[in-house]
Design a protein around this ligand. Structure first.
Ligand code: GUN
Ligand code: ZN
Length: 440
């Protein structure tokens, strides 16, 4: 790992194009939902946003000796927020040609087995966080494995980099290899201890993490619901309605439940700051219940295409008022890049004869994700006092991107080029708390 820390947490101004969001632009790019400054200035101090505005307005009032970093016509925006990703699946990326259940059995469970070893877990956590930084993702909601050591390793690495991260230990006591199972008491005890140790420590938050309704017994789901009551402030993360065979299995296991989502609901696991990955095969009653409870969906476009799971229905989510954000779901997803994930989301919407506007896409990848995690007071937008996690997107990262952006007439056209042709090459710099942390 090679970290460049050229810019310290000293007051510093960054000049370039600036894009950030105030609210969801929705299907029709609602006016006032975003701010775009062609020649803007972002001033940071002590790791926070001190000012943002047009360069010609702010520059005359700044101290003469303040360092101004020029980013040309690159776009500065808040760091990406990836609301569903598995760090132990870093080495599973690109394995497959299978649908979910076989993929889990053949590749994922064996890979997760190695995370009982804290040294190995720490090594992978470092590689994983390097990849996030390289791709401009400054906050993520992360699955660890069933092992406590995997959680400690991840949070230690994130804390050392001062990154804002959410993570949790998987609860899994059935329908998985013996070597990856916990038990109801051990899962609950480990989760409680990890919550007390890490939740609210520096920039870290804990998520109660039952892997799925297939891999947790009724008693364990009950215990997860108890933990959620005991820690009303904790986040919750799990998977739902991803794959048709998976859903049929849930139906067999829970014949009394109205739907897969209803299983979680019956254990008190639907609430604000609960993130449900996938939500592809929901019905209208499920979506209405998601909206009512304040829980939100993570739309994992890359993963849904890679594992052939299905097409997330944006229009149905909107019609129900169901909140959603965007996530890579590495290693089901085949890229750490939120830009590529947005590009795939665009293609999913096309296949459904729907429309995902580029502005909305970038909202989902920044403020939308922060809102889903209840972290929008801290990250995801350039509000004065917010934490200065931001990225610089280079409109000339490749000859083709340079050529296409030169021909783009509007901001939306430029953004569409970035999300359909771009990847980590576009992210020229990543800043955490005002400090550059780009990976060499
Ligand atoms: N469902 C249960 N576990 C997993 C997982 O690790 N990845 C995905 N995509 N779906 C799951
Ligand atoms: Zn997942």
């Amino acid at each position: 790992m090679a970290l460049r820390t050229d810019h310290t947490a000293q007051p510093c101004a960054h000049r370039g194009a600036i894009l950030h969001f105030r609210s969801d632009p929705g299907a029709h790019d609602a006016p006032g939902s975003f701010e775009f400054l062609e020649d803007g200035l972002l001033v940071t101090r002590d790791g926070r946003i001190a000012a943002v505005g047009p360069a010609h307005e702010l520059l005359p009032n700044l101290p003469a000796d303040l360092e101004v970093v020029g980013h040309g016509d690159s776009i500065l925006m808040p760091g990406f927020v990836d609301t569903h990703i598995h760090y132990p699946q870093t080495d599973v990326i690109g394995s497959g040609g299978r649908q979910l259940l076989d993929w889990l059995q053949d590749y994922t469970f064996p890979a997760e087995r190695r995370f009982s070893d804290p040294v190995y877990a720490r090594e992978v956590a470092e590689v994983f966080l390097d990849e996030l930084v390289r791709n401009g993702t400054t906050t993520a909601m992360v699955f660890c494995t069933v092992h406590r050591a995997s959680v400690d390793a991840f949070f230690q690495s994130a804390a050392a980099r001062r990154m804002r991260m959410v993570a949790g230990k998987i609860l899994m006591d059935r329908n998985s290899p013996e070597y990856l199972r916990d038990s109801v008491p051990s899962g609950e005890q480990d989760s409680r201890e990890l919550l007390n140790k890490w939740h609210g420590h520096e920039r870290l938050s804990y998520a109660i993490t039952p892997r799925s309704a297939i891999t947790s017994s009724e008693a364990q789901l009950e215990s997860a619901g108890q933990l959620a009551k005991e820690f009303p402030d904790a986040l919750i993360q799990t998977h739902v309605a991803e794959n048709l065979e998976e859903i049929a299995w849930v139906r067999q296991l829970f014949p009394q439940a109205r739907s897969y989502l209803d299983v979680y609901d019956s254990y008190g696991l639907l609430r604000e700051r609960a993130i449900y990955a996938h939500c592809i095969h929901l019905d209208q009653a499920d979506r209405a219940r998601m909206a009512e409870s304040g829980a939100s969906a993570a739309f994992c476009s890359c993963s849904n295409l890679y594992l052939g799971s299905g097409l997330f229905d944006i229009a149905a989510a909107d019609a129900a008022g169901m909140q959603f954000s965007i996530a890579t779901d590495v290693g089901g997803g085949n890229s750490f890049s939120m830009l590529r994930t947005l590009g795939d989301a665009y293609k999913v919407s096309q296949l459904s004869r729907q429309h995902l506007s580029p502005l909305r896409a970038f909202y989902l990848a920044t403020l939308g994700g922060a809102r889903a995690l209840g972290l929008d007071g801290q990250v995801g937008r350039f509000a004065v006092g917010a934490e200065a996690d931001f990225i610089v997107l280079n409109l000339r990262a490749t000859p083709l991107i340079a050529r296409r952006t030169a021909q783009s007439r509007t901001l939306a056209e430029k953004l569409l080029v970035l999300m359909t042709l771009g990847d980590d090459r576009v992210v020229s710099r990543t800043y955490v708390l005002g400090r550059e942390v780009s990976v060499a």
